[in-house]
Design a protein around this ligand. Sequence first.
Ligand code: GLU
Length: 440
Amino acid sequence: MTPRVRIPVELPSAKPLLPADPDSLFGMAVEAVNGACDIVKAPEYVRAILGQPKNELMVNFPVRRDDGSYEIFKGYRIQHNNILGPYKGGIRYHPEVSLDDVKALALWMTMKCALMRLPFGGAKGGVKVNTRDLSSNELMRLTRRFTSALGNHIGPDHDIPAPDVGTNAQIMDWMMDTYINTHTDGAHQGMVHVVTGKSVGCGGSEGREKATGQGICYVLSELLPEVNLKMSKLRFSLLGFGNVGAFTARALSAEGAKLIAAMDHAAALVNPDGLPIEELHQHVIDHGSLAGFKSAGTREVSPEEFYRTPTDVFIPAALERMIDEQKANWLDCRMVAEGGNGPTTPRGAEVLQRRGIVVLPAILCNAGGVTVSYLEWVQNKMGVHWDLQRVDHELHRTIVLAARRVRVAAHRYEVDLSRAAFGVAVEHLTDTYLRRGIFP
Ligand code: GLU
């Protein structure tokens, strides 16, 4: 006899309760998932599962400073969901890292990997630290001690960290080396794929460093026609000039687009004829920020003037919650392409929608990073090294297919591209839950 399928009515609440804090990033992320569940009519138990992370790990660990003193640091690893594969997501080093933010970022990784059809779940981690206060040796000791504190909670088929804000290939190399040296049985010696975003010399992939910026460029090429814009005539502004900002600027300018305005924590610059990207990048490498940059036709402006500068596409590639209600009202653009995670507050998003500004959501726009992370993981598992051309080709294919899925869903469900992206992700997750069922 076929067993009867029971609807799991005993699950606590249809909609997970939102945290009281209206600025809670996790609350914002859960709202987006709730909206997507409504659109695709996901079963209530899928909504309830996605409304909380599976595991929340917090560690406090000491690090020896160069002067011989010891300082305690707080680290996090949130594993949101692994129905599609091992947990996957970056490690952030920033003084503002908090449990609520890391939970939101982990949830977005679940959505991002599902949307891109990568065989990964979602996770995020971080350490509350200002890396500017540490020497390179202190940073290494912090990274090694944090990795050893994570212990068996990470692993190449279990949870795979990567770079995020404040971390880079060097930190990933140290994480990988520490993991291998703290798992000393022979079976672990080849497991360089415990982290991605490593340097090429340590098993990293070609094209990983530029991947997020390159991905933004591919997404825009595919979706600019939605707002009747052409890449070769595109004028864009960048908020943030770190890894994502700099590589986005390079990729877009290689296609003929012009960077009109750029702002970071120290300065805002405008040049209607286009800012010189290579010089700007070199200046940031040499001086740590955009402050003090000079070139013909470039003016330093106030933050308000920066936001109000007319442009076709505005690309926030910095931290979360940058575009609030006020900034959304200031913007003079047709499209916002979210290069960083969660840059728009819910009230900011409402204003953008009211003003008819199209938003390309981060889970699509900045998915180039995790996509090349996946390619790195595959190469490590196979013991091969692909050339840049092959990596770029795979990245392009994966991103363009995802962008098309989002466009089709936007038409099918008659929603904006942002809601459609979450809808596509939740649809895929739901399909997998329905096929696999809930253990036991
Ligand atoms: N930190 C990046 C992100 O937010 C990359 C994550 C990864 O490569 O796993 O998507």
